[in-house]
Ligand binder design. Structure first.
Ligand code: E4P
Length: 218
């Protein structure tokens, strides 16, 4: 399973790369706004910076919601760098645009996915990645992870090539369960990935090893 970092923060991306676990990056308009990035040229330049420092794919999201707007904006984003993937919302014109992008060789990430039916439509349209939002489903007291399992089963039976990019992943438990349930990729803040480092028995064990070594060598 690949790890993408879900952020528009250059510092966080650099930290993830430095740690050695950044296979790609996803962003969305909220994450761009959080970093204070606004205005067409600034947005394009920011994506350019991210695409330059990341070896893997970088999802850049359109803000248009009509077919012509999505296509025009998506082409501009795809032109930024070869590793830019155009992120398109799961709406009627979005699916139509994903089909069009597939035909002309532009890779896409279908976002805001909350049901298996939406996942089938995105795969039929040829989306490169599919982003089911786990945490936001959990927020409604439903079970986000069972959606990942269901989509993974359908995609395997139907031999769909679209990769399952588990999104809205908020903690280490989500990451482990996404791996267990067949996600190809998880995207989350670096803090969720670092959360997997922690176990008290590791800390106790290391303290004991170091204390024993010190005793034997004093
Ligand atoms: C996915 O690509 C989105 O950017 C993101 O994972 C949404 O996460 P959130 O629900 O924590 O905002």
């Amino acid at each position: 399973m690949k790890f993408f970092i879900d952020t528009a923060s250059i510092d966080q991306i650099k930290e993830g790369i430095d740690f050695g676990i950044c296979d790609g990056v996803t962003t969305n308009p909220s994450l761009m706004a959080k970093e204070g990035i606004s205005g067409h040229d600034n947005v394009i330049n920011h994506y350019k910076k991210i695409a330059e420092i990341v070896d893997g794919d970088v999802s850049a999201e359109v803000i248009s919601t009509d077919f012509n707007g999505i296509v025009e904006e998506g082409k501009r984003l795809a032109d930024i760098a070869p590793n830019i993937v155009v992120k398109v919302p799961m709406i009627r014109d979005g699916i139509k645009a994903i089909s069009h992008f597939t035909k002309i060789g532009i890779r896409t990430n279908c976002t805001l996915v909350f049901s298996p039916g939406q996942a089938i439509l995105a795969a039929k349209a040829g989306a490169t990645y599919l982003s089911p939002f786990i945490g936001r489903i959990d927020d409604t007291t439903w079970d986000g992870m069972s959606l990942i399992a269901q989509i993974a089963e359908i995609y395997a039976i139907q031999s769909y090539e679209t990769e399952i990019l588990a999104a809205s992943v908020r903690n280490a438990k989500h990451i482990v369960e996404a791996a267990q349930n067949g996600a190809d990729i998880v995207t989350c803040p670096l803090s969720s990935i670092l959360g997997m480092l922690n176990h008290p028995l590791t800390d106790i064990g290391l303290a004991k090893f170091l204390a024993d070594h010190k005793k034997a060598n004093s």
